[in-house]
Design a protein around this ligand. Structure first.
Ligand code: AHR
Length: 504
């Protein structure tokens, strides 16, 4: 049995839990939109073709914000093709995913769905094949009250009130060789700055997100962010991060410690932002939008160039295991402990495409394993994130070197006094005793565990509830601490409350 200690004191806080940390992402890709959120004719579809079962699970997942419409898709997208009378919309080619795009779902359908799910929209503009003028036209259509060409077109399309979309992403992964309209850092930085400047003239209340590197492994990671921000620092509010995790080779420990990679990625981007800010003697601090993150068995993906043209093809519908869910829960812990700077994060994607929610045409939607740690964290990470420095034995990873066997994060709700502890045991042979030194007299009100057994189990159409989190009673109060047992390869959520308030 391993032993790990974590001292948790409400005096040491990181930041309030950012509401948009529990965002997600809908891209016109595979069956995320068509056959996912939108499937006219399905028994669950409403009059607008929106699947009620997907709406229900999106709400249960606790998603607060959704980025749309891409992703790589946005870099070739003409948003005008997706508005107005549906029968007049063209069928087009999506070069990003070699898919046939029917355009029957567009901005206004997305906003109807956003109201049903009570999420905040985050919109991306095309800076791949398009530029300043088209981004401005889209913003005018979406946010301008009326009396102008594009705002009146929205009203003519039956949407009288402006959508008032607050957050706008300036393109997507513009450093990627796979991106339609890839740019150099300086080209993109200039374009992002000029586009953002013009968009702000239309609506000064908007927030802007510049594209950071497509991932931390890009050869230009670090210098891309610095060069882009040299051009755009004063215009944008956020820089984006994207990361997808999978096991590489035999390094299972490295996979289980993916949160450590996320930690250092975030800290590297914060350092780069602050370096540019310091050079400019700027008083502004940029925040980070981790607007694509998840697990993705990317090495199994054939690649965009090898796809056959199809409408809503089955693309990267990865089936997640219990072990994947443990890693995902740990990634959320990384986001939480950086919530002083990461204030937007989007689990990519929401439905079918590397997603927590799955659908098929002939049955109701179901939850993948990764649904559970996300939903539980979104529901119970309330109030403020606390600074925790766990003391843990180490494991060895071939790619990462020494990594902590046990990782811990915590939040505290000042209104209820409840402290919620999130913990992961990455050791695959030994359970761990987590000794929690909490200021005050607390007791456990709920201890939920995912993992520890059946690590390769998945949920599927035929067995949609095979995997579910289970309640644990493996915790006990000692004179100076509260201890909980963490099974090998497991994620735990331990909710504690001041003893007096439990009794009263
Ligand atoms: O989420 C799938 C793809 O991953 C997105 O389109 C792109 O932005 C990223 O590379």
């Amino acid at each position: 049995m391993l032993t790990c200690t974590a001292t948790i004191d409400p005096a040491f806080t990181v930041a309030p839990v950012p509401p948009r940390l529990f965002g997600s992402f809908i891209e016109h890709m595979g069956r995320c939109v068509y056959g996912g959120v939108y499937e006219p004719g399905h028994p669950e579809a409403d009059v607008d073709g929106l699947r009620a079962d997907v709406v229900k699970l999106t709400r249960e997942l606790g998603v607060t914000a959704v980025r749309y419409p891409g992703g790589n898709f946005v870099s070739g997208y003409r948003w005008e093709d997706g508005v107005g009378p549906v029968e007049q919309r063209p069928q087009t080619l999506d070069l990003a995913w070699r898919s046939v795009e029917p355009n029957t779902f567009g901005l206004n359908e997305f906003m109807t769905w956003a109201r049903q799910t009570d999420i905040e929209p985050i919109m991306a503009v095309n800076l791949g094949t398009r530029g300043v003028e088209d981004a401005c036209n889209l913003l005018e259509y979406a946010n301008f009250p009326g009396g102008t060409r594009w705002s009146d077109l929205r009203i003519a399309h039956g949407v009288r009130e402006p959508h008032r979309i607050r957050t706008w992403c300036l393109g997507n992964e513009m450093d990627g060789p796979w991106q339609i309209g890839q740019k150099t850092a300086t080209e993109y930085g200039r374009l992002a700055a000029e586009t953002g400047k013009a968009m702000r003239r239309i609506d000064p209340s908007i927030e802007l997100v510049a594209c950071g590197s497509s991932n931390e492994r890009m050869p230009t990671f670090g210098s891309w962010e610095a060069q882009v921000l040299d051009e755009a620092y004063d215009v944008v509010d956020y820089i984006s991060l994207h990361a997808y995790f999978e096991q590489h080779g035999d390094d299972r420990v490295g996979f289980l410690a993916s949160a450590q990679v996320m930690d250092s990625f975030i800290e590297g981007v914060v350092a780069t932002c602050d370096h540019i800010g310091a050079k400019r003697r700027s008083r502004r601090k940029l925040n980070l939008s981790f607007d694509e993150w998840n697990l993705w068995y990317e090495s199994r993906f054939a690649g965009q160039d090898n796809l056959d043209w199809a409408r809503a093809p089955r693309l990267i519908e990865d089936e997640y295991t219990v072990e994947d869910a443990v890693v995902l829960g740990n990634l959320l812990m990384s986001l939480l402990r950086h919530s002083d700077r990461v204030t937007i994060a989007c689990l990519a994607q929401l439905v079918n495409v590397i997603a927590p929610i799955r659908t098929e045409p002939d049955t109701g939607a179901w939850r993948q394993t990764i649904f559970y740690p996300f939903a539980l964290t979104a529901r119970h990470a309330r109030g403020e994130v606390l600074r925790v420095e766990p003391v843990s034995p180490m494991l060895h990873s071939a790619t990462l070197g020494d990594v902590a066997a046990v990782d811990v994060a915590a939040t505290r709700d000042p209104e209820t006094g409840e402290t919620t502890i999130f913990a992961v045991n990455r050791d695959d042979r030994q359970a761990a005793t987590l000794q929690l030194r909490l200021a005050g007299d607390h007791e456990v009100v709920e201890h939920v565990v995912l993992g520890g057994q059946d690590l390769l189990a998945t949920n599927s159409k035929s067995a949609p509830r095979r995997v579910e989190p289970r309640t644990s009673t493996r915790h006990f109060v000692e004179p100076s601490s509260l201890s909980a047992e963490l099974p090998p390869v497991s994620w735990s959520m331990i909710r504690t409350a001041p003893r007096a308030s439990v009794a009263g």
